[in-house]
Design a protein around this ligand. Sequence first.
Ligand code: ADP
Ligand code: MG
Length: 728
Amino acid sequence: MNKEEIKGKLKEYFGFSTFKGLQESVIQNVLDQKDSFVIMPTGGGKSLCYQLPALIQPGTSIVVSPLIALMKDQVDTIRGISTQDGVAHVLNSSLNKTAITQVKNDIRAGITKLLYVAPESLSKQENIDFFKSIHISFLAIDEAHCISEWGHDFRPEYRNLRLILEQFNQRVPIIALTATATPKVQEDIMKNLKITDAKVFKASFNRPNLYYEVRPKTSQVDSDIIRFIKQNENKSGIIYCLSRKRVEELAQTLQVNGINALPYHAGLDAKSRVDHQDRFLKDDCDIIVATIAFGMGIDKPDVRFVIHHDIPKSIESYYQETGRAGRDGGEGHCLAFYSYKDIEKLEKFMSGKPLAEQEIGMALLADMVGYAETSMSRRKFILHYFGEKFDNATGEGGDMDDNMRFPKKQVEAQNELEKLLNAVLQTKEKFKSKELVKTLKGETNALIISHKIQDLEIFGSGATQDKSYWMALIRQALVAGFLNKEIETYGIIRITDKGRNFLNSPQSFKMTEDHKYDQVENRQGISTNTSGTDTVLMKLLVGLRKKIAAANQIPPYAVFQEYSLEDMCLKYPITEEELVNINGVGEGKAKRYGAKFLELITQYVEENQILRPDDLVVKSTGVNSSLKLFLIQSVDRKLTLEDISAAKGMEMDKLISEMETIVFAGTKLNIDYYLEDLFDEDQLEELYDYFISSDSDSLDKAMEEFDGEYEEEELRLYRIKFMSEIAN
Ligand code: ADP
Ligand code: MG
């Protein structure tokens, strides 16, 4: 069949006049009975790469796919373009005897061109016997990344496909397809399927119309999301959360705030799921709040933004999920909220898993952290991850991320890069980034001591820079190609030829330091991010706070905390009601200290003719306020904190955070009864002296000051007592 004839079939069956991307050459390769490996982003048109040749060729093609729902959709599509229903079938365990006989008859009669099978069914002996007796045109493996443990969706049953195929007694060409494959995953798949000679078709992963942005995740994340949605009114968006519970809560909060949102997760009954998905597809609802259960096979072209309320477990997942934005080529905003606490939670989840799986999970997660914290081009970071080099000359989308639009200052790092590369060499290319950083900082652990690294010249030579500086430099040296990270060994760093050349003739190397979201995130996950805040007003507010604090003989933070002032600079409250809506301000404080602040802001807004975002007042669902009430009552009844946390099924850490929110907002909580057992008189005095004279309520600073004398939890509990008494 020549090119024109194949094109004719494309038109005849699918109604398209031209092929998309690499489709034509893939199809030619399949028709030539050769093995193919196709890597195309979601929406690239992978299905057609096997559907069209299956329809053209003699025999039946077998399609392996992990999701039964997706198989059914595809079967319906194919049946729709044919005169015979038998042209496509699903073979799985849910079929009864009669149905199975029908399927087999259609195949023998040469009617069936595509047979969709789940890997489990493929391995059944009776099916293997049947496959021996028919002519199989080729085997298509969709979502082939499921083969690799290094992929984001490993499925053990996928690893046996080759063995099964070898029992079919005929040579069957293979076409493997996936939307995400790092070089490592690609290699794994090809080895496992024994198709190392397959022709690889790899489309670019660059999605120039997507804008990537990461913001610190604070306790105000819901408000941040609401604000974003209100600024993007009537646009279609997906919000991903990790847990079903969070999906439900957030969807409710959005609804209460007048946003047309619906939840979607695997815990909903099938009818609601279908209904919510349909309404989203039909633009009957603007926002879908979902777990990762949502999206596979969803083909809505005009999704304008994808928000990640929680950071996903790997860059593969992130790329897949954000890939659902802007499929029509129009605007697509990908906004992720990031806090290191979430990463720790994910690590905790993983700790129950088998060791190998844990190590892989951690390595994938480490790259996700790298993405979130990096200050280099996010697009370059992603493309490098998938083994693709961003083309500086022609590469589109070069300025489409927060780091490129609002670049951090670049600093010269030639000397530091030399140190880093020397550290890699002197430690004999044995270490992962963590140990390299320790070596440079001059810190030891068991591994470092066992290799006698402390005797090396390089040890401690980078002590003047902090840890995050070195992590950032390692990442940027990786992307620039001076270093190489070995995935097989869970991230051992080696030097490349380019790196060796650099050491022979060092040149200027500019780097940007990473964002420090964890410092932004000092306590209770509250933001002190100053980007975008009104710095002029901030100065005025800080000045006013100082005056009021002095008059009341309390530290400034006991009046209003830093983040509350920052929130005022964003929202410009001018009434007491609006002030209460400010992060960390409760009614008590608004009454006590609010008037002067409102006066100042009102004047400022008038003088500078500032448009206030007064429609952005966020309402709460009331879930939190009932919890607060419960806490206040329980403390009143002098219940132990252990009992309270048990009663609400919440962790101690969460309980303390809630109590902090309460007292910082200006409500009293007398927990003296509980602290009696924790501190003696001297300690209470020492702690009081510290907090009353400190210019900051930072826990880190307090920890440093007391140098291990108190646990972090103890300091937080004391601080609750202090704030409750002094500031309320
Ligand atoms: P993938 O599996 O790569 O995510 P699909 O196979 O589901 O992508 O295809 C995505 C969309 O592209 C589908 O709506 C499909 O109809 C459409 N499509 C595929 N090939 C073509 C083509 N040659 N011309 C126009 N549209 C196409
Ligand atoms: Mg697909």
